[in-house]
Design a protein around this ligand. Structure first.
Ligand code: GLC
Length: 459
C-alpha cells in the first residue's frame, strides 16, 4: 500500500497531492493543530521513500552531560542547579573526536543515516549557534563545531544526517511556563514563551542553513508540557506553534523530514512517526503511542539503546546481546519500521568499545542478509518472538528467530505459494499449504543462532 502511495504520488502533479489528513489516516489528538491541510512537496515524498528503504540508522546522544557519565537526564535526576551545570562545558574537551571514524562505524554497521543531538533538554548547543553563547564554540575549550564536521563526513560517505532538537529546556528562563520535569533545578526564572519560540526558530534556521542538505529534524520534549497521570497524556499546556516550526523547516529544506517524539498520533506537518523503546503498537514502556494512533501511510521509526541509556552512562553495563539487537532490527522491519539504534559517546569523543563491537557484528550480519531488510515492507503477519516476515513484491522473507523450531506453523496464511526455500543455501523446503494454514519444515535450513531466513515466493 505504501509503495502504491509513493508510486501514485510521483505520477500526480504535486499541487494535487494528498493532504496529511489522508496520509496519516488518524485523528490528531495532540492538542496542537500543526500545519492545516499540509501537503508534502515532491522532494519530501521522495525523501520519505528513501527513508523507508534505509531501515537502519545511528542515534547519537552527545553533550556536556557525558562528562558526568550518568546519562543525558543527569541535570534533572541529580537536581543540579543551573549555576553548577554551567560549569560542565569548561570540562568538555573531546580531543579524540573523529567524525569520519564515527561515520565509518555507522556505515560498517549497515546504517544509512545518523541522527545526532544538536541541543538536548539541558539546553546546550553542540554546534556554533549565533543566538546563544551556551554552545560548543563559545563555552568549551574544544571550540569545534561537531555537527559541521559530521555533516562533512556524512556527505563524503553518502550517509544522511538528521538533527535531534529538544523542545524542552531546563536552562532558558524563556521556557516558561515550565513543564513537568526539571522542577528541582535551582536558578530557573520566569520568562517569555514567545521569545522561546523565536529562539527555537532562529536555531532551526541555523541548523537548516549552515549544514547543507539535512535528512530531517527529530523533535523531542513535547510531553513535558502535557498532563500525565502515570498512564495517559492529557491536555497540552502551551502552544508549540508547530505550524511555524514545521512550516519553517519545510520552507528552508522541503526534503527534510519532520518527526516528533510526542508519543501521540501524527500532527499535520510531520513526515514520519517515531516510537521510543517500543515496536509499533507495543507498550512495554507504559507511555507508548497507542495502536490506533499509528500512522497508516507514513514511514515509521523505532529508536532503542544498546544498554539502557541514551547519553554516556559509565555504570550501565546492561548491554543487549548481538542476537537481541539483531532481532529488534528484524522485528522492526517486520512491522515496516526503521530502527534508530543509539550510542552515547564518551567525553573524550570516543564510542565505548562494547557498542562499537555490537555495531560491527550487526554489520557482518547485514552484509549477508541485508536484502531481506533494506527496501522491504512489513510482512503479512505481525512479528512474534518466533518469527518476523518482511516483503519485497511477491517475495516474503520469513525470519525464524527461535533457533529451537524444526518446523513452523501458521494458522492463517493468505496467498498461493510458488516456492519455499532457504535464503542461505537456496535449497527447496518441504511445506504444506491448505486453504488457511501453512507448515514449513525447517530441518534443511542451515543452523544459524541469530536467524534462519526462509524465502517464500508467492504466485
Ligand atoms: C526521551 C528522553 C530523551 C531521549 C529520547 C530519545 O524523550 O527524554 O532523553 O533523548 O527519549 O528517544
Amino acid at each position: 500500500m505504501k509503495n502504491l502511495f509513493f508510486f501514485l504520488s510521483c505520477l500526480i502533479a504535486p499541487s494535487i497531492l494528498f493532504t496529511q489528513a489522508i496520509q496519516d489516516g488518524q485523528e490528531n489528538r495532540s492538542g496542537s493543530s500543526g500545519i492545516e491541510g499540509y501537503t508534502p512537496s515532491a522532494e519530501n515524498l521522495e525523501a520519505r521513500a528513501w527513508f523507508e528503504e534505509a531501515r537502519f540508522g545511528l542515534f547519537i546522544h552527545w553533550g556536556v552531560y557525558s562528562v558526568l557519565g550518568d546519562g543525558e537526564w543527569v541535570m534533572n535526576n541529580q537536581n543540579i542547579s543551573k549555576e553548577n551545570y554551567e560549569k560542565l562545558p569548561a570540562l568538555f574537551n573531546p580531543t579524540a573526536f573523529d567524525a569520519r571514524a564515527w561515520v565509518q562505524m555507522a556505515k560498517d554497521a549497515g546504517m544509512k543515516y545518523i541522527t545526532i543531538t544538536s541541543r538536548h533538554h539541558d539546553s546546550f548547543s553542540m554546534y556554533d549557534s549565533k543566538v546563544t553563547d551556551y554552545d560548543i564554540i563559545d563555552a568549551t575549550p574544544f571550540k569545534r563545531d561537531v555537527l559541521a564536521e559530521l555533516a562533512e563526513a556524512c556527505r563524503e560517505a553518502d550517509i544522511k544526517l538528521f538533527f535531534y532538537y529538544s523542545l524542552l529546556d531546563w536552562n532558558r528562563d524563556d521556557y516558561y511556563p515550565r513543564g513537568r520535569t526539571g522542577t528541582g533545578i535551582a536558578g530557573r526564572q520566569p520568562g517569555d514563551w514567545n521569545e522561546y519560540i523565536a529562539f527555537m526558530k532562529a536555531q532551526l534556521t541555523e541548523l537548516l542553513t549552515n549544514y547543507g542538505p539535512i535528512g530531517g529534524i527529530w523533535f523531542d520534549g513535547h510531553w513535558d508540557q502535557m498532563g500525565w497521570d502515570g498512564k495517559e497524556f492529557s491536555e497540552l499546556k502551551v502552544d508549540w506553534q508547530y505550524d511555524k516550526l514545521y512550516g519553517l523547516i519545510h520552507e528552508l529544506q522541503p526534503a527534510a523530514l519532520v518527526g516528533n517524539n510526542h508519543h501521540l498520533g501524527v500532527i499535520p506537518g510531520e513526515d514520519f512517526q517515531m516510537f521510543e523503546k517500543d515496536l509499533p503498537g507495543q507498550n512495554t514502556t507504559g507511555w507508548a503511542t497507542s495502536e490506533d494512533q499509528i500512522a497508516l501511510n507514513l514511514p515509521l521509526e523505532v529508536c532503542e539503546t544498546i544498554n539502557g541509556s541514551w547519553g554516556f552512562n559509565l555504570q550501565d553495563e546492561n548491554h543487549k546481546s548481538n542476537t537481541e539487537l539483531l532481532h529488534y532490527l528484524i522485528k522492526a522491519a517486520g512491522y515496516g519500521s526503521n530502527l534508530l539504534l543509539n550510542v552515547g559517546p564518551m567525553p573524550n569523543g570516543q564510542i565505548q568499545t562494547e557498542h562499537q563491537a555490537s555495531l560491527a557484528a550487526m554489520g557482518d550480519w547485514l552484509r549477508q542478509f541485508g536484502t531481506t531488510i533494506y527496501g522491504t515492507q512489513k510482512g503479512p503477519l505481525k512479528p512474534t518472538d518466533d518469527y518476523a516476515i518482511t516483503r519485497k513484491g511477491n517475495v516474503l522473507y520469513l525470519h525464524v528467530l527461535n533457533p529451537d523450531l524444526d518446523k513452523i506453523h501458521f494458522d492463517t496464511f493468505d496467498g498461493k505459494i510458488s516456492s519455499v526455500s532457504s535464503f542461505e543455501s537456496g535449497k527447496l523446503l518441504a511445506h504444506e499449504k491448505n486453504r488457511y494454514e501453512l507448515d514449513i519444515d525447517l530441518k534443511e535450513v542451515p543452523v544459524h543462532k541469530i536467524d534462519r531466513v526462509v524465502v517464500i515466493v508467492l504466485k
